[in-house]
Design a protein around this ligand. Structure first.
Ligand code: BF8
Length: 660
């Protein structure tokens, strides 16, 4: 682990690679406005004389759960200067060992990640249920094809039923899965997602079961003082919840598609320069499409109001996963990735940044005070002290969106153009909006009856060697962006098709990997495949070598695709030449996702050192032993090229085992 921490430092010393981030950072630094990278630099420069983050926290050996603590334990691996000042205790006040402390802290991280995704699913489900019951008119069922396919996958009959009736039955299934009584029954959405693989997990007791809330409480309970000290029990529950996490993502994705439409490829742009100097700029930020869709829908109706305020109109742009949602469905441009949220406000050109939940830095409050920007919070989970709160409720969705747009227009009058700054870099063009449905539509141009067959043939023939799914966040602890970008380039060079979601996708977008021109980085056979598919799909250009597969909840889309491939090949998920990489995991949700992928059977890479170093046993369980249980495992590798090499080896060996 110590070596990994050194490697992280070496990578961040290379400096930020995206020129627009570099320019904005410098601009703000000169104005004494600090950003996430400056804080990381401050930790590197001096932190209680350690010149790094606290080693006890970094190793997962700091427990502050109860008031006997905090307790911190010493690892042999820690640097000498730490050992010299530490009393060298090897158990907490209550007797937690290094193993149980590490595993307990890790489970708590997973629980926060899973709870965030389940919280997301609840927001969507509540709205969906009200639509199904005809209780609200601000939303409707936009995608009937998807409604029916979700119903059929859940075993719900659709003949002779109206769409609201079908929707109500889907909603009941989702409520049972998420908040029904805990029982031994697999979640219905789990069986719809990957039936064969879920069966396979039975012996390992990793099948996501109904009554999610109780499973979470059980996890929190077992980490409370005076409960289990079993390393295996705690890690097993982490894996169980993480598998369940993927199913909760699936619920959100499916219901969102029904409400807002399944995505299809759209050309758009990404970069700070999508903000317009002569328009009222509204940035939507967070994760739920409920609010962002409404702002996008209603903003054009306020052109006259904006003109009256001296602007040419209202420009809505996205950031974070709310941004991904409206990008892939409406083609709305992205101002940047989540890690750039401070910079977006720092342009001085944002009238309102409206946020819902998750990945919203509390630092926004301080930064926006330097400008005329309004930070509008809309949900209790994301409320910020001293900031405006427009409580978003489905029943009053239109009213909330209108209020936000009006607030933004009124802020435009206070914009001080002398305080504004945009970097000199033009936005990157990108194509986003790939989903299983839209990808199958493209493949159906090759085989209308069995669209999956051409993909299987390509994998079998080696035209596509395998698939890599890039997930998760961007981190200031490494060279931001470049872990994802380097891995993506290495994969496509070796004829591996790359799917990307969340911030991994937006990083690839800013570095020009989400457009046709990027096929020049692809190996010969992958390039040919992309050109053929692009031509057959009538796009008049090659498909991008990295397919933007949506927001973080849309990782479930990749699992659906993998599950269909596994069925067609007569294999299980762990046998497929598919790897997952969370190269810059930062947020608890990313932990839930990468661990969930490994629980389902995927070999999954992480590129930031996890807080597991205090327990070599915990590391062994996740990086080695897990393979015997689920078929998946974790690869911890900070160096991106080293990680790519390891993932390619996995792909080649899986191909060999499949005899292809
Ligand atoms: O959910 S990748 S920083 S934005 S957690 Fe957050 Fe990580 Fe970005 Fe979307 Ni996902």
């Amino acid at each position: 682990m110590q070596e990994g921490l050194h490697q992280e430092k070496e990578l961040r010393e290379k400096g930020v690679a995206d020129p627009q981030i570099h320019q904005m950072r410098e601009h703000l630094y000169n104005k004494n406005i600090t950003t996430i990278w400056d804080i990381q630099d401050a930790y590197d420069a001096d932190y209680f004389g350690l010149k790094d983050r606290c080693p006890f926290g970094s190793y997962g050996l700091c427990c502050r759960n109860c008031d006997m603590g905090p307790c911190r334990l010493l690892s042999e691996e820690m640097p000498e200067h730490v050992k010299a000042v530490s009393p060298g205790l090897n158990r907490s006040g209550c007797g937690k060992t290094k193993d149980s402390m590490v595993a307990s802290m890790y489970l708590q991280t997973v629980i926060r990640g899973v709870s965030s995704h389940i919280g997301h699913a609840f927001h969507i489900l509540r709205c969906f249920s009200k639509v199904a019951k005809g209780e609200i008119s601000s939303y409707s069922i936009k995608d009937e094809r998807k409604l029916k396919s979700v119903a059929l996958n859940l075993g719900i009959r659709v003949e002779g039923k109206g769409k609201l009736e079908i929707a109500e039955e889907i909603s009941e299934a989702a409520w049972d899965d998420l908040s029904g009584r805990q029982n031994e029954k697999p979640m219905r959405f789990a069986m719809a997602l990957a039936p064969k693989n879920i069966e396979k997990l039975k012996d390992a007791k990793l099948v996501p079961t109904q009554g999610v809330a109780e499973s979470i409480i059980q996890g929190v309970h077992s980490t409370a003082q005076g409960n289990t000290n079993s390393l295996f029990g705690l890690l097993h529950h982490s894996l169980f919840l993480a598998a369940l996490d993927i199913v909760s993502l699936y619920i959100s994705t499916e219901l969102q598609d029904i409400l807002f439409g399944s995505p299809s490829p759209k050309t758009s742009e990404i970069g700070l320069n999508v903000l317009k100097k002569d328009m009222v700029n509204i940035v939507v930020h967070g994760h739920l499409p409920l609010l962002s869709e409404k702002v996008v829908e209603l903003a054009p109706g306020f052109k006259k109001d904006a003109e009256a305020a001296g602007a040419k109109g209202v420009n809505v742009v996205g950031i974070c996963c709310s941004g991904n949602e409206i990008l892939m469905r409406q083609g709305v441009p992205l101002a940047g990735s989540t890690i750039m949220q401070e910079l977006v406000i720092g342009t001085g050109l944002v009238e309102a940044i409206c946020v819902d939940v998750q990945c919203i830095y509390p630092s926004l409050s301080a930064i926006k005070k330097e400008f005329h920007t309004k930070l509008i919070t809309t949900m209790p989970e994301g409320r910020m002290e001293g900031e405006q709160f427009i409580h978003f409720k489905e029943e009053e969705a239109n009213e909330a969106a209108v209020k936000i747009i009006q607030e933004a227009i009124s802020a435009y009058r206070n914009r001080n153009i002398n305080k504004s700054f945009l970097p000199s870099t033009a936005p990157q063009t990108l194509v986003a909006g790939f989903s299983v449905e839209s990808f199958m539509d493209i493949l159906s141009k090759l085989d209308s009856k069995n669209p999956l067959f051409p993909l299987i043939d390509l994998i079998k023939s080696g035209g596509i060697k395998g698939v890599a799914l890039l997930v998760g966040c961007l981190s200031p602890k490494v060279q931001t962006d470049m872990s994802h970008v380097s891995i993506a380039k290495e994969m496509i060079k070796n004829n591996v098709l790359v799917l990307a979601t969340g911030c991994a996708a937006t990083a690839c977008g800013r570095h020009g990997l989400l457009n046709s021109q990027a096929s020049k980085y692809a190996g010969l056979s992958l390039r040919k495949v992309l050109e053929t598919l692009g031509e057959k799909a009538g796009l008049g250009m090659s498909l991008p070598p990295v397919l933007h597969f949506g927001s973080c909840v849309d990782n479930s889309r990749a699992v659906i695709l993998a599950s269909a491939l596994a069925d067609a090949l007569g294999a299980s998920l762990d046998q497929l030449p598919i790897v997952v990489s969370a190269a810059e995991q930062a947020v608890e949700k990313a932990t839930a996702i990468y661990l969930g992928a490994a629980a389902l059977g995927f070999t999954t890479h992480i590129g930031v050192v996890p807080k597991l170093g205090g327990s070599p046993f915990a590391v062994k369980v996740l990086t080695e032993d897990l393979e015997k249980i689920s078929g998946g495992k974790i690869i911890i590798e900070v160096d991106p090229l080293g990680a790519a090499r390891k993932m390619l080896e996995v792909i080649y060996s899986k191909r060999k085992n499949l005899g292809i």
